[in-house]
Design a protein. Sequence first.
Length: 299
Amino acid sequence: MTICSAPGKVFLFGEHAVVYGKRAIACAIDLRTEVEVSRGGNGIHIHSAFKDDPDKNPYIKMAIKKVQQYVDIKNLSVRVSSTIPIASGLGSSAAVTVATIGALNEEFQVGLKKEEIALMAYQTEIEVQGAASPTDTFVSTMGGTVIVPDRKVLPPISCGIVVGHTGISKSTARMVARVRALKEKYPDVIGGIMDSIGCISVRGEDLIKKNDYRSIGELMNVNQGLLDALGITIPELSLQIHAARQHGAYGAKVTGAGGGGCMVAICDEKKCKEIATAIGRSYGDSFITRSTSEGLIIK
């Protein structure tokens, strides 16, 4: 038996633009998905904490299929538990995919390195969703703060992090397709927005190295304005974002594909409780989290 876990993430900058090769920066947070694999039984059985039919979890099944290219896996039990809300923009699918591949890699001594696990997890997400960025799977595997497509690990951010959760499920694939259709209709206009988002990530890398969280927050707010222009922000997310800013957040924006899910605010750690309360009063729920340098781990 092998148990592995992998973290969720928040985007500081770059969602949607990263799909078109622009830079994005994301940070692993201390919400995790745990996967336990054990040999035996008759066939492959999945026991999942997620709301969908546990025997039809597409990410787990595709991850197993990928690893079966290297080793023979016939009789297996997979158990999944998670503290990451699903369909929320916090990387739940990436975390379960990375943790599953990591556990199988260890249990069957496949010999995959972390970089290879991240790539396999990314390929799994593409096959399941039809489109994906390498951000979620890379940060979930490596931990810390990462910039993609450079695949560079930066120091974990040390300021306060507050997440607002609307409780409204969204489809990453559907939101990505909606933005793609807009880009195809107005390639010069939307292409310029994607370029600007990518530039924000480039500037953000230096600011993270300097721990300049006020400036990072300012650029998060600019990034949010560009995401608004792409039409991925719903009124409930806007309520949470503005509540966070009004109560002292350095910056606040959508994290992930939008259309529902979550927003993220960074702030002075002393302001976390006040900001979390304000977000919760505006709409939905909120929680305080922190960055983590731990990516995929074997327990």
